[in-house]
Design a protein around this ligand. Structure first.
Ligand SMILES: C[S@@+](CC[C@H](N)C(=O)[O-])C[C@H]1O[C@@H](n2cnc3c(N)ncnc32)[C@H](O)[C@@H]1O
Length: 231
């Protein structure tokens, strides 16, 4: 298994609880065939852009940090004419996703079991037409805010990969994350389209594990939608 932490300054968890036997089977049997070739540095040290022909010209979406994969599988099932790439370095989450893919029998998904920055290196400019960032790691301590996804280190490469006029959705339960998102995302070439809260998520939203945890613990969701500016 590729370990994102070996290559980038990745601070999140890569391994969690011991995997169940069924999850080990999913990883052994399904991960390789769903993983996009040419994303890992060791497979493509020259960082040659990916050939997206395998997606047959369909719209290409990305979910960053899919956690247990419930939103990713929901979107794939709801939009069969779209191809969705899911990116997540946490092995237990990847195994959960693989189980859900088997159960839902969806085929319009590709994976990168690692850091999303690996993907940004090799995705052709403007190839993504929707991106989901659901409950990114909050890094609550002020000295860790620069580890957040909503920093120029992540946002500028993301903006390069997105087509003008396309949508970036951010969901978070942390008011200070909303503050930083509103400051940083426009600097990277996006315009805020809408900002809503509890009970006013996107029409096709499926609540995630982290959102359920936040609600149980009394924190309200915030939903922000940005549009990639032209140029
Ligand atoms: C708080 S969890 C939210 C998971 C899920 N989106 C949800 O709403 O339940 C944040 C997830 O982002 C993943 N993550 C953190 N940094 C990442 C990176 N650089 N690339 C891809 N995923 C990342 C973490 O492994 C973690 O699973």
């Amino acid at each position: 298994m590729y370990n994102a932490a070996e290559r980038r300054n990745f601070y999140g968890r890569v391994h969690g609880k011991t995997l169940r036997q069924s999850q080990k089977t999913y990883l052994n049997e399904d991960l390789e065939k769903l993983s996009l070739p040419g994303v890992r540095l060791e497979d493509n040290p020259a960082r040659t852009p990916l050939d997206l022909a395998r997606f047959g010209g369909k719209p290409l979406w990305l979910e960053i940090g899919f956690g247990g994969g419930e939103h990713l599988v929901h979107m794939a099932a709801r939009y069969p004419d779209v191809e969705i790439i899911g990116c997540e370095p946490f092995v237990n989450g990847i195994a959960m996703l693989l189980g859900k893919i088997r159960a839902a029998d969806v085929t319009n998904l590709g994976l990168h079991p690692g850091d999303v920055r690996d993907l940004f290196d090799v995705l052709p400019a403007g190839c993504l037409t929707k991106v989901f960032l659901n409950y990114p790691d909050p890094w609550p301590k002020a000295r860790h805010h620069r580890r957040r996804f909503v920093t120029q280190e992540y946002l500028v490469p993301l903006a390069r990969c997105m087509a003008p006029g396309t949508e970036l959705r951010v969901a978070t339960d942390i008011p200070d994350y909303v503050r930083q998102t509103l400051e940083e995302v426009p600097q990277a070439g996006f315009d805020l389209i809408s900002q809503t809260g509890l009970g006013a998520a996107w029409d096709d939203w499926l609540s995630t594990r982290y959102e359920q945890k936040a609600l149980r613990e009394g924190r309200d969701p915030h939903y922000l939608t940005f549009k990639r500016r032209a140029g």
